[in-house]
Ligand binder design. Structure first.
Ligand SMILES: Cc1cc2nc3c(=O)[nH]c(=O)nc-3n(C[C@H](O)[C@H](O)[C@H](O)COP(=O)(O)O)c2cc1C
Length: 213
């Protein structure tokens, strides 16, 4: 297989989810580059439903993480965890790696465009989610490009009310993900990728695509 050599091709392959960060402040200019990359993502109907909350104030960050932890612990205790430590471990695992990141970006989706009664509500909602996901991926690639590390964390989907309350996010807006950002303090091996022939079929479902070369 011939791969066109370019900085983008390198970034696509070399970006890793970073879960350990150096104790080093991130310059605002780099954060702005990362956030700016997000708004250049494609979006359904060019609606651009993304709204990003940059959480750089350690006090807000601590309040957010505490509220999320409390919510997830409560939930674990009410759904089967019998010990406090077990509930704490469940919450900790769901929030990994947020407590170690110096900067958090909360990626939210606006929903004003979806009429509540619309038969297409589910499809339009999915389009919004996909659009925000495209922006998140743009930001992760931009972070890698400027020497930062990032990790996509889906925890806000598990405790949206806690995230909403602390950050003042209104009901019509869904917190979809939090990107943990900072200078990387690890160089993880790439997790296994499915081969191209496992991931791609030719013309019809399951029709094998034998990749030449
Ligand atoms: C939608 C989504 C949600 C994710 N949620 C988490 C998460 O909550 N915690 C975490 O540590 N990593 C999370 N990740 C990162 C994945 O674990 C990671 O992308 C995957 O293992 C591949 O590794 P790589 O990003 O280094 O290529 C998430 C990734 C995506 C796309």
């Amino acid at each position: 297989m011939v791969i066109h050599v370019s900085a983008l091709q390198d970034a696509l392959r070399q970006r890793r989810s970073i879960r350990r960060f150096r104790d080093q402040p991130v310059p605002e200019s780099l954060l702005l580059q990362v956030l700016d990359a997000g708004r250049w993502a494609p979006s359904a109907g060019n609606i651009q439903p993304w709204r990003m909350i940059l959480v750089s104030d350690p006090k807000v960050r601590a309040e957010l993480l505490e509220a999320m932890t409390d919510y997830l612990k409560e939930e674990a205790l009410s759904t089967g965890a019998t010990e406090e430590e077990e509930a704490e471990e469940t919450a900790r695992a769901a929030l990994e790696p947020l407590p170690r990141a110096p900067v958090l970006v909360v990626a939210c989706m606006t929903k004003e465009i979806f009429g509540d009664r619309s038969e297409r509500w589910l499809s339009e909602h999915a389009m919004g989610v996909q659009s925000v996901a495209a922006a998140v991926q743009n930001m992760l690639l931009a972070a890698h490009d400027v020497g930062l590390g990032g990790c996509w964390c889906s925890a806000p989907l598990l405790c949206p009310t806690a995230v909403r309350r602390v950050l003042g996010i209104p009901q019509g807006v869904e917190p979809q993900a939090i990107i943990a950002l900072g200078y990387p303090d690890e160089e993880p091996e790439p997790p296994r990728r499915r081969s191209l022939s496992e991931a791609v079929y030719l013309n019809r479902w399951r029709n094998e695509y034998s990749v030449a070369g």
